[in-house]
Design a binder for this molecule. Structure first.
Ligand SMILES: *Cc1c(COP(=O)(O)O)cnc(C)c1O
Length: 376
């Protein structure tokens, strides 16, 4: 059986967890959480990095920090995970779904301007598969209209746009360390803040609306309830696991890229014969090898391919169903067709990709795909 994903230990995860336990402090903001914050701030230059319990929580924090209210509009791609949208719905926002580009699932920049109204407060961009959206025109448009850009960088660790780290470009960014991502902690996330005016309030919102963080730094002599908030900080056990992975991020990334390129070189000549396209990485973007996907000709071809691979004990999976067609949103959508989003929902297929996938397994997947297509 070749699973779609497999969580893994790189080496020192359990050692660091044992250290956290031995230190006598495993609640939030312990020594490993601080190490993670330092790592992210130093390596990627985020003004502030705050570990959260998930990317979903980081997105919810961003909506709280922007003071999103009932009646505000937020533009979100339809082809994304529910959390990119839910975080804003929880604050009462009206969602305006955007279509994907034709050539990749990222938000279509050219159609964005037409979605902006006087009520638009934020644009959520999702760097799908860790490949950057075209940020310069998006940021320019947002600036013209006084709108915040939030980066859902859940899949985008260690990836760049014109040399600038993803998660550092919008007002805020949200990363995930869910077991399906490149570096993992089981469940875990990170909020990055690039506009320092949000930093102090972010600490408060993350600590149940209290100024506990300032108290621990000795900046105030009592701590109390000063704002709204929730419990968004992870246990130090989560950070201990993550830190062991971060220390090895270069090894992890280079192995994932090897697998990605192995898929690409095996499939690039074969698949176009069957009307299937391979990922397109624009010149302004890097490839962090979060995902290797192919885009089938149609739903029928994809369904047969998934079934054929399953027979060979290979688990390949489709991805998002467009959110504007979801049971929750169906009757709230304004009716605009979003054809590219629908096409990726019907035709995109993700192949197994994880740190411990071997070259032989990768080749096995490629052979099984080509055989299945030849026989369809
Ligand atoms: C994984 C993912 C999330 C959610 O991350 P969690 O850490 O599980 O909350 C959000 N958005 C996108 C695009 C994702 O891929």
């Amino acid at each position: 059986m070749i699973p779609f994903n497999k969580p893994y230990l790189h080496g020192r995860e359990l050692v660091y967890i044992a250290q956290a336990v031995a230190s006598g402090k495993i609640s939030g903001d312990g020594s490993f959480t601080k190490k993670c914050h330092d790592f992210f701030e130093k390596r990627y230059g985020f003004a502030k990095a705050l570990m959260t319990t998930s990317c979903t929580d980081a997105l919810e924090m961003s909506a709280l920090l922007l003071d999103i209210k009932e009646g505000d509009e937020v533009i979100v791609p339809a082809f994304t995970f529910v959390s990119s949208a839910n975080a804003f719905v929880l604050r009462g926002a009206k969602l305006v779904f955007a279509d994907s580009e034709k050539y990749n699932p990222n938000i279509d920049v050219e159609k964005l301007a037409a979605l902006i109204t006087a009520r638009t407060r934020a644009i959520v961009v999702v760097h799908y598969a860790g490949v950057a959206c075209d940020m310069d025109p998006i940021l320019q448009l947002a600036q013209q209209h006084g709108i915040a850009v939030i980066e859902d960088a859940a899949q985008a660790i260690d990836s760049f746009y014109k040399g600038r780290p993803l998660g550092s470009l919008g007002e805020m960014g949200a990363f995930s360390f869910h077991e399906t991502k490149n570096v993992i902690a089981g469940e875990g996330g990170l909020l990055t803040i690039n506009n320092s005016s949000y930093s102090a309030r972010a600490e408060i919102i993350r600590e149940k609306g209290t100024n506990r963080s300032s108290f621990f730094r000795g900046e105030v002599d009592k701590y109390g309830w000063v704002d709204v908030g929730s419990s968004f900080l992870p246990s130090d056990i989560v950070s201990a696991y993550l830190y062991a992975q971060l220390e090895n991020i270069d090894t992890i990334q280079s192995r994932r890229k090897e697998i990605w390129h192995r898929y690409n070189s095996h499939l690039a000549n074969e698949l176009p014969k069957y009307g299937i396209s391979l990922p397109v990485i624009p010149e302004f973007a890097t490839n962090n090898a979060h995902m290797f996907y192919i885009v089938c000709r149609d739903l029928e071809q994809r369904t047969k391919l998934i079934a054929g691979l399953k027979e060979k004990k290979i688990h390949a999976v489709f991805h998002y169903l467009s959110l504007h067609h979801s049971p929750y949103f169906l009757d709230k959508h304004d009716g605009r067709p979003l054809p590219n989003s629908d096409r990726f929902a019907d035709c995109l297929l993700r192949l197994p990709l994880y740190y411990e996938l071997t070259n032989e397994q990768c080749d096995q997947v490629c052979d099984a795909i080509v055989q299945n297509l030849a026989g369809q």
